[in-house]
Ligand binder design. Sequence first.
Ligand code: S3P
Length: 165
Amino acid sequence: MKMILIGFMGAGKTSVAKVLGKKLKLEVIDMDDLALKQSKRKSINEIFEKDGEAKFRKIEFEVANDISGRDNVIIATGGGVVVNDSLMNKLKLNGLTVYLKNNFDKINEYVQIKKIRPPLFQNIESARKLFNFREPLYTKYADKIIETDNKSIEDVTVEIINNIK
Ligand code: S3P
């Protein structure tokens, strides 16, 4: 089983991946962690600040290439993977892509209480535009859509497991 979790920033991909990994006894791969390691920077925000978004996307593509052939894994993606069609096609190969779908206001609430905001979430209105642009892309690449509004990480995880049985 290779499961790829997609969705907007703050949708819970990383947290859900960790719990799913434990429950299904599968390794969890976090693409942002791998991109950060490869960048030699201290944070994703620092990559965006010092190297720019294009450089981050290049690293993200290399990471996707490296892991696309893996099996028995849960892959937590970064929210921007869906803007690159060839990346998505590689990543999706022999896998099940699950879209964690949340509404923008819920995502915004969650992001606002975090100490560090993602680089593309510095301004609410531009983040909302990005969300509206990407929403159809998440839907396009999804094999399954799980609505996460007002659900706990545990609830979402159980729903995914019940869905893949
Ligand atoms: C991004 C989302 C981030 C991270 C980077 C770019 C995006 O990951 O990859 O900041 O373009 O939506 P999360 O979705 O895990 O926050």
